[in-house]
Design a protein around this ligand. Structure first.
Ligand code: FAQ
Length: 331
């Protein structure tokens, strides 16, 4: 058994060296940490922050694509897009449930999203202007999400790791679906191919920003990697994504909008990889801090949905209370 954190006179948890060391030993031995296990307060808070932000990203991420459900070019495309957007909603729900096991309530997380306190992925603050954007989101945004999330299936916290297994299976399907939309457009008329190129031009850099700041500027990476919440750094994952995606763009016959992009055989310990231009970090931080093109619309849409759904939550609670009352009376 591990010693627990001690509650000091000021109410703060003081964690003994022995407790922190024993916890790190469990992590190093690849043991899964479960909700009822003793854990450092920093570990718990980091997970609530990351899983909460991840859940919010899935939920807000339904909006840019939802925008195209009524305008999908065929019944088949519409059915597939509808299913994808529903999948994202499901991912949000598993993730909220995983965060709740750490002692935070769904209401609290929702309130933090609506007040602007909690972040969600910067990518969802860009508008979807054409049907090709739906292809680009599946290909690039789900592609980046998979690259980041496959290692999360091995996260040290059990409920998050288990939720990620199913999520990654669904995201892989979304990525294929997006790429297939791009392929169809690229094999279509010159106007369709131009539309695909325009979507790539607008989504390439924001997709690279999804991996977060450079390692040297990443506040949480070092500790999160030590706790095996993250298995790779932001820059490592970004590089893997670029190396996997550039050949896919070539196959489509599209040009990646980066004049500095070039193959370097020395990169990745001599295995080769793509060197790339610098990300516009001013734009990244502006969007993260709430000043992107769509930030205000996204939060307004989420608040409206929450308010308009109040009657559903009330009805569900009333129904549960009634059922509970009937069960108690029968006993
Ligand atoms: N956008 O110290 P780090 C999806 C924040 S899901 C906004 O490096 P960390 C599915 C960061 O939170 C996409 N904020 O932080 C889908 C921190 O702020 P804080 C979401 C960002 O946590 C597809 C600060 O900057 N995926 O796409 C961003 O170690 C299609 C310092 O950064 C996940 O959430 C950003 N891009 O690493 C849905 C995956 N980057 O909290 C619909 C899980 C950084 O101190 C359609 N999360 N920040 O105020 C992670 O892997 C990590 O949290 C990172 C950031 C890698 C996102």
């Amino acid at each position: 058994m591990y010693s627990q954190g001690l509650i000091g006179a000021d109410g703060r948890t003081e964690e003994s060296e022995a407790f922190l060391e024993a916890f790190q030993k469990r992590i190093d031995a690849e043991e899964k940490i479960e909700p009822k296990d003793a854990m450092p307060e920093g570990y718990r808070r980091t997970l609530i922050r990351q899983i909460g932000q991840h859940a919010h990203s899935e939920i807000v991420g339904m909006l840019p694509e939802g925008n195209w459900i009524t305008r999908a070019p065929s019944l088949k495309r519409k059915a597939a897009l509808l299913a994808k957007v529903q999948d994202e909603g499901g991912h949000g729900l598993y993730l909220y449930a995983a965060a709740e096991t750490l002692g935070v309530s769904r209401e609290q997380m929702t309130e933090e999203l609506h007040s602007g306190k909690a972040k969600y992925s910067s990518i969802f603050n860009y508008p979807t202007l054409s049907w090709a954007d739906i292809g680009a989101i599946g290909w690039l945004v789900d592609g980046a999400a998979i690259m980041n999330q496959i290692p999360l299936c091995r996260c040290s916290f059990g409920p998050y790791a288990r939720a990620m297994i199913r999520i990654c299976k669904e995201e892989s399907f979304h990525q294929r679906q997006g790429y297939e939309i791009m392929l169809t457009l690229c094999r279509g008329t010159p106007e369709q191919k131009e539309m695909a190129q325009d979507a790539l031009n607008r989504f390439w850099w924001p997709a690279l920003m999804m991996f977060g700041p450079h390692d040297k500027d990443s506040a949480h990476s070092e500790q999160s990697m030590k706790w095996k919440i993250k298995r790779f750094s932001n820059d490592q994952l970004r590089q893997k994504f670029i190396d996997a995606t550039v050949p896919q763009a070539e196959y489509l016959g599209l040009t990646v909008p980066d004049p500095d992009l070039r193959w370097d055989p020395e990169l990745n310990d001599g295995k080769g990889g793509y060197r790339h231009g610098e990300i516009d970090w001013d734009e990244f931080w502006r969007v993260v801090k709430g000043d992107g093109v769509m930030n205000r619309d996204r939060i307004a849409a989420r608040r409206k949905a929450w308010e308009e759904g109040a009657w559903v939550r009330e009805a569900a609670l009333a129904h549960a209370a009634k059922r509970e009352g009937r069960r108690a009376a029968a006993e």
